[in-house]
Design a protein around this ligand. Structure first.
Ligand code: NAG
Ligand code: NAG
Ligand code: NAG
Length: 165
């Protein structure tokens, strides 16, 4: 059983989500502490538009996945870049329509996409059989390091605002 590798995949996805969450949290606190230099007023998240934009990202992802042989749909090596484009798309579109990312709507949409493409993948299939190469290791480590960097930044920022207060 390759449960370990599946766990790594999950960790990777969670890492991306945590990063995004921390970044959006930071920009939210920023807009509190720096009222005079607010770049643009925070608008309300338009959920119906967000839903529509998610469909656009999903359609792009479906088109990309159509170029990949269905028997490779469970092979992360084959679709990691398409998957990355998809999550990047959901992130970009969320920001465009003034929604935080990730948010429950985006998450449930991503889960729907997972069900659509990866529901038939068994644990043994979902993963790369060959030992993860350096690229993959780096891909997994980047979110981890980003998270650590974000935590230090948040700590540093809160210390700074303590001094200023
Ligand atoms: C949300 O977006 C839709 C579609 O673009 C638009 O018709 C609607 O008026 C928007 N709602 C708000 C509250 O801005
Ligand atoms: C999963 O398997 C079912 C039944 O074999 C099939 O109808 C469906 O198209 C498959 N889905 C994917 C994403 O391969
Ligand atoms: C996934 O794809 C890579 C590259 O084509 C291949 O080397 C590997 O054997 C595949 N793994 C599975 C489980 O099919």
């Amino acid at each position: 059983m390759d449960t370990n590798e599946f766990a790594v995949l999950k960790l990777f996805v969670v890492g991306i989500l945590v990063n995004a969450w921390m970044m959006s949290g930071m920009s939210a606190t920023d807009s509190f502490s720096t009222e005079p230099t607010l770049p643009r007023p925070r608008k309300v998240c338009n959920e119906s538009r967000l839903k529509w934009e998610m469909e656009v990202c999903g359609e792009d992802f479906k088109k990309d996945m159509a170029h990949i042989e269905p028997q490779h749909w469970c092979n992360l090596t084959h679709f990691i870049s398409e998957y990355h484009l998809f999550t990047h798309c959901t992130e970009r579109k969320s920001l465009i329509v003034d929604c935080y990312w990730p948010n429950p709507l985006v998450e449930s949409y991503i889960i729907r996409i997972h069900k659509h493409f990866f529901s038939n993948c068994t644990l043994e299939q979902v993963v790369w059989v060959d030992p993860p190469d350096d690229t993959l290791t780096i891909l997994i480590l980047i979110p981890v390091f980003l998270t650590l960097a974000m935590i230090s930044l948040v700590v540093w920022c809160s210390k700074r605002s303590d001094i200023l207060a």
